[in-house]
Design a protein around this ligand. Structure first.
Ligand code: SF4
Ligand code: SF4
Length: 78
């Protein structure tokens, strides 16, 4: 719980190396924008109708939790 609590504490500004650009949308993404709307920190941009995770985020997983097509993955792009 300590790490989770620290991740959500803005004063600690914890960044995990390599996590800033490791979300991506699979081909199942239909560009609905739900992930963009649910992100509490505005870290998702819609580019050409697809989400782009270009900045570090707080790893709350709201985007992937609300994706109606289960199209969000974490890790290196295949
Ligand atoms: S919520 Fe899912 S389907 Fe909708 S834009 Fe985001 S990744 Fe694509
Ligand atoms: S994990 Fe949370 S903060 Fe990061 S992009 Fe998804 S909704 Fe936004």
């Amino acid at each position: 719980m300590g790490l989770l609590r620290d991740l959500f504490d803005p004063k600690k500004k914890i960044k995990i190396k390599g996590m800033s650009d490791t979300f991506y949308a699979t081909e199942d993404c239909d560009g609905c924008g739900e992930c963009f709307r649910k992100c509490p920190t505005g870290h998702i941009r819609m580019i050409d109708g697809k989400p782009d995770w270009g900045k570090p985020c707080m790893m709350c997983a709201q985007c992937s939790s609300f994706c109606p097509r289960d199209a969000i993955r974490f890790g290196e792009k295949p």
